[in-house]
Design a protein around this ligand. Structure first.
Ligand SMILES: Cc1cc2nc3c(=O)[nH]c(=O)nc-3n(C[C@H](O)[C@H](O)[C@H](O)COP(=O)(O)OP(=O)(O)OC[C@H]3O[C@@H](n4cnc5c(N)ncnc54)[C@H](O)[C@@H]3O)c2cc1C
Length: 290
């Protein structure tokens, strides 16, 4: 339970933090809420020589709509997201996801940016962000760049962030009229990581047909999965049971789960199908479709 020795840095600005990451490239890690990194270090599943704590940099925790995006500061805590009226009323898929992450103690410290940057396919926010078509802002020595979330998760616990970059903001396209989303998770007990989970985001046309559908899946592959074929299939269709059943089947086909103590490959794939269907139905309901 005691990590190996490291130097602790507490920069006060982003440029200072980036400079430290650059100076100790390959030997340093960003420390945010610490809810994934500290357990790894304590269990000695990982080792690091320099921890760059971004927790004392002001201005990284916010939720606002601006310039066509919902903007979430990279160090916004899960508990802040969960309590936000803007999130609850206009982006309920994100409130759904926050509410099923761990427990209130963890959510008081864990950050949304950390949830994405960790690159864990069992984390809950990645699938919700994939469904929403979000992008992240990565700030490094050369300034800021945006990375679409569907290109962010490059492998197991691996992301498109360079070692000297900090995830400073998450940007979600502003919720258009007649849109809705939902995140549904199967867990063995409250607070557990997902056996499988699904997020869905739907935009309806004035005639009630589906204009856009985004579906993200959790814990059923080496990375969080965007079920692109399933989403594309729904576009232009009436949101009836036959269409939703086919989309759920296509979503399950995009998975490549591994067997573990949470279930067999077949069970997880079947749960992905069932959960995708539930998330889609709830998203359509929230979009005002049924
Ligand atoms: C008991 C327990 C239960 C949990 N259950 C769940 C669960 O059900 N669902 C779920 O999704 N998660 C769960 N988690 C994991 C945890 O909540 C998330 O991974 C957490 O949100 C990570 O955020 P953090 O700020 O704590 O990141 P940290 O632990 O500080 O960092 C995690 C990783 O991301 C990197 N990082 C963090 N922030 C940034 C940034 N802004 N820029 C660049 N890199 C960054 C760090 O270098 C590190 O590699 C659980 C954790 C615990 C302890």
């Amino acid at each position: 339970m005691i990590p190996s020795e490291f130097d602790y840095h507490s920069p006060k600005t982003i440029p200072e933090a980036v400079a430290l990451l650059e100076r100790y490239r390959g030997e340093a890690k960003v420390l945010s809420g610490g809810q994934s990194l500290l357990p790894l270090l304590k269990l000695r599943l990982g080792q690091v020589s320099h921890l760059v704590d971004i927790g004392r940099i002001p201005g990284l925790e916010y939720i606002k709509e601006e310039g066509g995006f919902l903007k979430i500061g990279g160090r916004t805590r899960e508990s802040t997201l969960e309590r936000s009226d803007l999130i609850r009323t206009r982006y309920p898929i994100l409130a759904d996801a926050s509410a099923v992450i761990a427990d209130p103690l963890v959510r008081n410290l864990a950050t949304v940016g950390g949830n994405l940057a960790h690159g864990d396919p069992a984390n809950d926010h990645p699938a919700a962000m994939l469904a929403l078509g979000a992008q992240v802002v990565a700030t490094g020595p050369k300034g800021a760049r945006t990375i679409p979330v569907d290109r962010f998760f490059t492998g197991l616990f691996t992301t498109a962030l360079a070692p000297e970059e900090i995830l400073t903001e998450i940007q979600v396209p502003v919720a258009p009229p007649r849109s809705g989303g939902a995140y549904v998770k199967l867990e063995r007990k409250v607070g557990d990581f997902a056996t499988a989970a699904a997020g869905a985001h739907i935009v309806l046309r004035a005639d009630g047909t589906i204009d856009r559908a985004g579906i993200g899946l959790t814990a059923v592959g080496p990375t969080p999965i965007k079920a692109t074929e399933a989403g594309g299939y729904l576009e232009g269709k009436k949101p009836d049971e036959a269409a939703l059943a086919e989309a759920s089947r296509l979503a399950a086909r995009a998975t490549s789960p591994t067997a573990d103590r949470r279930g067999s490959v077949e069970y997880k794939r079947e749960m992905a199908r069932v959960l995708a269907g539930r998330a889609l139905r709830r998203a359509i309901q929230r979009a005002g479709g049924r």
